[in-house]
Ligand binder design. Sequence first.
Ligand code: PRX
Length: 633
Amino acid sequence: MDYRITSYDDYRKKYDESVNNPEGFWADVASSFFWRKKWDSVLEWDFIKPEVKWFVNGKLNITENCLDRHLEGNGDKPAIIWEPNSKDEANRVISYRELHRDVCKFAAVLRSNGVKKGDRVCIYMGMVPELAIAMLACARIGAIHSIIFGGFSARSISDRLIDAGAAYMITCDGAFRGGKTIPLKDTVDDALANSPGVEKVIVFQRTHNPVSMIKGRDVWWHEEMTKVDEAELLPAEEMDAEDPLFILYTSGSTGKPKGVVHTTGGYMVYATYSFVNVFQVKQDDVHFCTADIGWITGHSYIVYGVLCAGCTSVMFEGIPTYPDAGRFWEIADRYKVNVFYTAPTAIRSLMAYGSQPIEGKNLDSLRVLGTVGEPINEEAWHWYDEHVGKKRCPIVDTWWQTETGGIMISNLAGITPAKPGFATLPLPGIQPVLMDEQGNVLEGNEVSGNLCIRFPWPSIIRTTYGDHERCRLNYFAAYEGMYFTGDGCYRDKDGMYRITGRVDDVLNVSGHRIGTAEVENAINMHTGVLESAVVGVPHDLKGQGIYAYVIMDVMPDDDAHTAADILQTVTRIIGPIARPDKVQFVKGLPKTRSGKIMRRILRKIAEGETRQLGDTSTLLDPDIVTLIAAGKK
Ligand code: PRX
């Protein structure tokens, strides 16, 4: 790992080099990976089309980098330590050698079930090691995985299956989460009723709850694995650097989630490079990222980046408060975790239990703490620093996105300075710019604007699956020649970046990205709803809560009852993460003469402001604002 940044001066030097000679810089980084054939050129790019290619004509398989390359020196080292939901169940420690064997075996299972290079495979599982095995097995044979977070509904699954044109699914009978057993296979069955394109479903048995297995379509994971002849394991497929590795759906400002496509070479290089540098990991580190693998954080920093770097990844099936709020700290002590990476929302929810669950825990193996997913408030930052890090662990506040594949702006643990509330400085290779609404670059410090990136990095989104124009419009059209992040940002007097939140109609609820239009579409499917408007409101635990204004054809007699029904509809259509926190029934919505909903006003009312609502003179019907603010239907 000779691309490791070792000091602040080294950071400055590498940063300059990455700007002045990006191709040389990235060729150096990429050289420490295993390539079957080296690239012909490092980078070809055009942000107008957009088209970006890294390590052109390079050939590799990411799993050879994650697994095979560690076998000789580190085959017995734990690759994954799995902590089950229940403390009464035994954990699993899976060495690199065992993981390699299981991935090769399951890759053979996929092949024998008809999966070929380039096929899309949707994965809907709980946090079990087989989830990592499934994704790596797809990568082994060149199939494109698309993981769907286990909290999504049948409807969300079928939307994604259809969009990805997936003929294969991998799931579990169920998942344990806290005190609950979640019937994943039943949900998949519902989803498949609306997506007949799926030919094969491989089911891993985790919870042993009864499931229906459809003859010819559904097969058991454990039965298929026994059919594989270990002596005849197939070698990894040779992939082009630009062959897609995975699709991951994420919300945007329109109603339909988009399939972000990442490719093999660039993603591998950047996920690993950012992992090593931000967390300043050492070869034998134990890394505990509390995210779900269904989100990009889990892809990059539970699986690909961690395994490529040859570290040990702790994977936790359960939730932070089950059976008690000391669970994370117990895991940290038990496995001697060195790097702990979580979301501000988790910190806030644990803070609410006070310091008691953390007392008596050692936590002396911890060296670096990280946060991701949303701005971290100072109170949570200081609690994390004091109670978890004992004021001796640097906290890295890592800003990035599904589309960026890896961490973009963050302090580097112990190398560059931290500042509470600030993601601080870009990694070498990342060139952020702030733009005003008119499309001018805001130079200098102490400025706020829309955050763009003006030069490609290896794991930049390549396309949105099946709709390249959508990718162009979403990310490359707002500011010509730039990648637009959708985030607002402030650069302080020292050139440090503070992310201020989304500037589009995307909410960030407990670190989960949810489009307002998506929630509105779901609400509008409820019988009797004529129209709705959704806005975010500050929420103590979740960061942002969801506030919905709803117009019904007939005003309900019992608001609470109808609101509960609407919440159920949203849960059914999207999943529980999108449930509004509050539903207010209204007679109309504040709209401009051209029909645009004035969300600015709705946000203020949701925050409890009833007087200073700003200029309402451009509204079609200004009186409606008074009614809404007064809570009148
Ligand atoms: O608004 C930013 C916020 O999360 C968005 C990306 O969400 P997603 O694609 O789901 O990926 C989350 C995990 C990488 C961003 O546009 N965000 C992410 N990290 C931070 C953040 N906001 C503030 N500070 C962060 N560290």
